[in-house]
Ligand binder design. Structure first.
Ligand code: FPP
Length: 243
């Protein structure tokens, strides 16, 4: 008898390795990012099929502006292109899109595209897809604190959570980073406090369904204690000699 895997409700992914995928094929870095979009499409479908409720991906960090100008403009164009191509299917597939990050730094065209995509999918309930774009964990904490201060509201864990970009979803259960590096790179600093981490050597374009299943299986094998002891987490042993 096969046992169904414990599926995390919220998976978050640092999609790293597009550049190396392209370099290994003597292709420009942008070719790797294009392949990354294909991998993301496959991952969204796989997550929906497995019953994941929320998928959050890191598509463009606050620090990515420091990349060569042609790569930055290429990523902006890729986002606009991907939205045009993917949103109709996402809409049919029941995926609700949110963009999390600082919009002020983006062009009006990109900003309009984000609003249109969010509006077009606003009725969907099967899977929430958060695309972190022009996002940084430190930026999110700082902007939340600043907005509370500007409103004269007290700064507490609950009020900060409510003012942050991911307040519409519960915290991630599983954070995956592809591409072999083992660091957080300013992703979901606040929200990943009790997440389980899985680091995959696969480059993001090569991260397929089997790699996702491996990460989900690793998650299922972990004991999540949330600061408690193992004994507090495990169900109490039944009395061997009742009566
Ligand atoms: C990191 O790989 C990846 C990014 C900075 C971009 C991620 C973007 C996508 C997966 C495509 C989806 C994006 C949009 C715009 C919808 P890297 O370039 O740092 O790879 P490397 O570490 O091998 O150089």
């Amino acid at each position: 008898m096969s046992v169904s895997p414990v599926v995390p409700h919220h998976i978050a992914i640092v999609m790293d390795g597009n550049g190396r995928w392209a370099k290994r094929r003597f292709l420009p870095r942008l070719a790797g990012h294009k392949q990354g979009v294909d991998s993301l499409r496959r991952c969204v479908r796989a997550c929906a099929e497995r019953g994941v409720g929320v998928l959050t991906v890191f598509a463009f960090s606050s620090e990515n502006w420091n990349r060569p100008a042609d790569e930055v403009s290429g990523l902006m164009e890729l986002l606009a292109l991907a939205l045009g191509r993917e949103v109709p299917q996402l809409k049919k597939d029941g995926v609700r899109l949110y963009f999390v990050g600082e919009r002020a730094g983006l062009s009006q065209k990109v900003r309009d595209g984000l609003v249109q995509a969010e509006t077009a999918t606003a009725e969907n309930t099967r899977l929430v897809l958060n695309v972190c774009f022009n996002y940084g964990g430190r930026w999110d904490i700082a902007q939340a604190a600043a907005s509370l201060a500007a409103r004269g509201e007290p700064i507490t864990e609950a009020s900060l959570h409510g003012a942050m970009g991911m307040s519409h979803v519960p915290d991630p259960d599983l954070v995956i980073r592809t591409g072999g590096e083992m660091r957080i790179s300013n992703f979901l600093l606040w929200q990943s406090a009790y997440a389980e981490f899985v680091f995959s050597d696969r480059l993001w374009p090569d991260f397929d369904e089997s790699a996702l299943d491996e990460a989900i299986a690793a998650f299922g094998s972990r004991e999540r204690r949330f600061g408690k002891t193992s004994e507090q987490i495990l169900p109490a042993h039944p009395d061997p000699m009742p009566g």
